[in-house]
Design a protein around this ligand. Structure first.
Ligand code: TGC
Ligand code: FAD
Length: 419
């Protein structure tokens, strides 16, 4: 019978197996080099060359063109409109849509772009999300050939800006209760109602508006300048200040019947668009989290109190380790979701899980990072408070944290806890 005792395994007689074990132990003792503090799990290695190129191109753009101006825009409460042609030139508008002048990139590439944009500011990522996922996507997925030809190429170039009107003053988490109505009248529809909290509303040339028609919820394309359609911007926001948020008003607004999106009916239409945008947010939140972690790490190494860098105190290290750990987990989650999406295998419940986790962890990171900077953390000189305030909106829009909890909860228990 073979001797399988520990003593036998460690006997001095050299065998082939011992050589192998020794080599293995030597390798284990040497350790692989640890990737840098901002990518502790070497996620960079999981990306293709093309994906890295997209990420680095957007990263450079954000560092050169966005970071120098975004604090001022946030303070002034203005959206940096001058960046729109540059964002379009980079191919980021509708970048995951095929044809019609769109870049037709993968879901992972789109996610990486959202991550880098939101490293700059959630408002900029919001702009791109709304244009690509909430205004162009429904036209591409549910529009007629004429609608696609007419709008998508100009939207990809940033010549036509879109917005997405689903939420109403009295119907946010439960859009099925919407009161906006579309009444058929000959070759027209007549819209009446109000949409609230609409990103890009005040600058949009084209609003994708969801309204109840006689045969259910339908999507309508409403052009700026149509009589009966007006917008008014929301002021005094303390979050997403570098983003335009507006109300859309429809008062006997007559639009041609061919402006209805013909290929979808019911809440499935807007919710399918939200799947796309929520996916981008699951990545984007990681960009905001990385900006906060990076600022806190830098600060912790240079700020001295009690004659030593504050990064040398255990409590500060605990905060930084929490941030680094949650960032790694969130990035792996987003990447796996993206890989599933590129294989056509992503389920909306998985999108909800990732949006919920990554935004709530980004918010925790922002709050912890803010505390590492002490008083400096509350100023606009550092990006943290700006991100922290922005993330409060991101936590609420595209389905609140609670709503995504209930979506995942229903999926795993089979029980509806919404109402
Ligand atoms: P329910 O009865 O479950 O479903 C109605 C129909 O919709 C289908 N469906 C989906 N389809 C695609 N994707 C999904 N994720 C879907 N979820 C449901 C479903 O199969 C059904 O289809 P059919 O054909 O059988 O009729 O719907 P419900 O009324 O019970 O609502 C479910 C709930 C609460 C999850 C949904 O209403 C919800 O997600 N509420 C949150 C609302 C929300 O997220 N609003 C976001 C507004 S847009 C925004 O915030 C933009 S911010 C932009 C920025 O600046 O980045
Ligand atoms: P409510 O639905 O009134 O929720 C209030 C609270 O009650 C929340 O905590 C919520 O989680 C909780 N709650 C609600 N129902 C339940 C339940 N069943 N169980 C437990 N808790 C519940 N909308 C658009 O259509 N287009 C846009 O472009 C857009 N952009 C936005 C930009 C910004 C800056 C913001 C802040 C919002 C934007 N929204 C947009 C609106 C956003 O989608 C809604 O705010 C969101 O869906 C929540 O709706 P509500 O604010 O009416 O909150």
């Amino acid at each position: 019978m073979a001797d399988t005792t520990i003593e036998a395994a460690s006997s001095p007689a050299t065998t082939q197996t011992d050589d192998h074990n020794q080599q293995h132990q030597q390798r284990a003792h040497r350790h692989a080099p640890l990737p840098p503090a901002l990518d502790l799990y070497g996620i960079d290695n999981l990306l293709s060359d093309e994906e890295r190129l997209v990420r680095d191109t957007v990263r450079d753009f954000v560092r050169e063109r966005v970071l120098p101006i975004i604090g001022e825009h946030f303070e002034a409460g203005t959206f940096p409109k001058a960046l729109i042609p540059e964002v379009a030139q980079l191919g980021l508008l509708g970048m995951h849509i095929q044809g019609y002048g769109c870049a037709g990139m993968s879901a992972v590439a789109y996610g990486l772009a959202c991550q880098e944009l939101e490293y700059g500011d959630s408002g900029l990522r919001s702009f791109v999300s709304v244009q690509g996922s909430l205004a162009m996507f429904p036209i591409s997925a549910f529009g007629s050939e004429e609608q696609k030809q007419r709008w998508l190429p100009r939207m990809a170039k940033g010549e036509v800006i879109g917005c997405f009107g689903l939420t109403e003053p009295d119907h946010g988490s439960d859009p099925s209760g919407m009161e906006t109505r579309a009444r058929r009248d000959g070759d027209s529809y007549i819209l009446n109602g109000t949409k609230m909290w609409i990103t890009n509303g005040g600058i949009a040339d084209l609003a994708v508006v969801w309204a109840k028609a006689e045969d259910g919820i339908r999507g309508f394309l409403v052009e700026r300048g149509t009589p009966g359609f007006t917008t008014s911007d929301v002021h005094h926001k303390l979050s997403l200040r570098a983003s335009i948020t507006s109300e859309l008003h429809f008062e006997d607004c007559r639009i041609p019947a061919e402006n209805m999106l013909p290929n979808v009916r019911g809440l499935r239409g807007p919710l399918s668009c939200l799947d796309e945008a929520r996916y981008g947010i699951a990545w984007g939140a990681n960009g905001a989290a990385r900006a906060c972690y990076e600022a806190a790490l830098d600060y912790a190494k240079s700020r001295t109190q009690f004659d030593r860098p504050i990064g040398g105190f255990q409590l500060t290290q605990q905060k930084l380790v929490n941030m680094a750990t949650e960032l790694v987990k969130a990035q792996l989650l987003a990447l796996q979701l993206g890989r599933l999406k590129d294989q056509g295998m992503a389920h909306p419940v998985q999108v909800s899980l990732a949006k919920r986790n990554n935004v709530r962890e980004a918010l925790h990171t922002a709050r912890e990072a803010r505390s590492v900077l002490g008083a400096n953390g509350v100023t606009l000189e550092y990006p943290i408070s700006r991100h922290m305030n922005n993330l409060e909106s991101v936590y609420t829009y595209e389905g609140t944290d609670d709503i995504h909890t209930l979506i995942v909860g229903q999926a795993i228990t089979g029980l509806n806890a919404f109402s």
